[in-house]
Design a protein around this ligand. Structure first.
Ligand code: ATP
Ligand code: MG
Length: 199
C-alpha cells in the first residue's frame, strides 16, 4: 500500500470507529431480546442452540422447547441436558409427515403448556422455542395466546423462535429477525442428513 493509500485507509477506519462508538454509546437499554430466525436455508435451529450454549456458558439458565420431534436423536439435547438445560419435546410421534390433526394439536398444546411456564419464570434467562412457527401456521397453537405470553414474559428474559414462514405478527413483535436464505443444500445433491452435522 502506498503512503497515500495508507493514510486514506486510516482516515476511513477512524470514521468507522467513530460511527460504531456513537452507536454503542446510544445503545443503553437493557432488556431481554425476542429473536425470530426464519427462512428456507439451513442454520435456524443450530443458531438457536448456539445462543443456548452461549447463555449456559455464562452460567445462566436456558430452557428448550422442541415443537417438532425429529426422526433422529438430537445431539444438542444430549449435550445440553447434561449441562442442566431442561427440554420439553413434543411427544406422540409428531414428525414432518403429520397425519392426525387431533393428536398433533393435543401434543402441541401439551408442549405449549410447559413453554408458558418457562415464559413466566424469571429465573430462566433464555427460552428457545424451536420450530414454533409451524404450530402457528397449522393452527395448532393460537397466535394471540403465543403473542400474549411473549409480551408478558419477564423483562430480562430472551426468547428465540425458529422455523420457516414466521408469521408477520411474530416478526413485527421481535427485536431481532434473521432470515436464513437457501443458496444450496447437500440434500438436494442426494447427500443424506449426517449425524453430528445435521442432527
Ligand atoms: P439446522 O437444524 O441444521 O440448523 P434448520 O433448523 O435451519 O436446520 P429445519 O427446517 O428445521 O432447518 O430442518 C431441519 C433438518 O432439515 C436439518 O437436518 C437440516 O439439515 C435440513 N434442512 C434444512 N434446510 C434445508 C434445505 N434448504 N434443504 C434440505 N434440507 C434442509
Ligand atoms: Mg430447525
Amino acid at each position: 500500500m502506498s503512503e497515500h493509500n495508507q493514510d486514506k485507509h486510516k482516515a476511513r477506519q477512524q470514521k468507522v470507529k467513530e460511527q460504531v462508538d456513537a452507536k454503542i454509546e446510544q445503545a443503553q437499554e437493557e432488556k431481554g431480546i425476542l429473536q425470530v430466525i426464519t427462512g428456507n436455508g439451513k442454520g435456524k435451529s443450530t443458531s438457536g442452540f448456539g445462543t443456548v450454549a452461549r447463555c449456559v456458558g455464562h452460567g445462566m439458565n436456558a430452557a428448550v422447547v422442541q415443537f417438532i420431534k425429529g426422526m433422529w436423536e438430537c445431539g444438542e439435547r444430549n449435550l445440553l441436558e447434561r449441562a442442566g438445560v431442561p427440554f420439553a419435546v413434543m411427544k406422540t410421534g409428531f414428525t414432518w409427515e403429520t397425519q392426525n390433526r387431533e393428536t398433533d394439536t393435543q401434543a402441541a398444546q401439551d408442549t405449549w403448556q410447559q413453554a408458558k411456564l418457562w415464559l413466566q419464570d424469571e429465573s430462566i434467562d433464555l427460552v428457545l422455542l424451536d420450530e414454533l412457527t409451524y404450530m402457528v401456521s397449522y393452527d395448532y397453537l393460537d397466535l394471540d395466546e403465543v403473542i400474549e405470553a411473549l409480551e408478558n414474559r419477564p423483562a430480562m428474559q430472551s426468547v428465540i423462535i425458529t422455523g420457516r414462514g414466521a408469521h408477520r405478527r411474530l416478526t413485527e413483535l421481535a427485536d431481532t429477525v434473521s432470515e436464513v436464505r437457501n443458496v444450496k443444500h447437500a440434500f438436494e445433491a442426494g447427500i443424506k442428513a449426517q449425524k453430528g452435522f445435521d442432527f
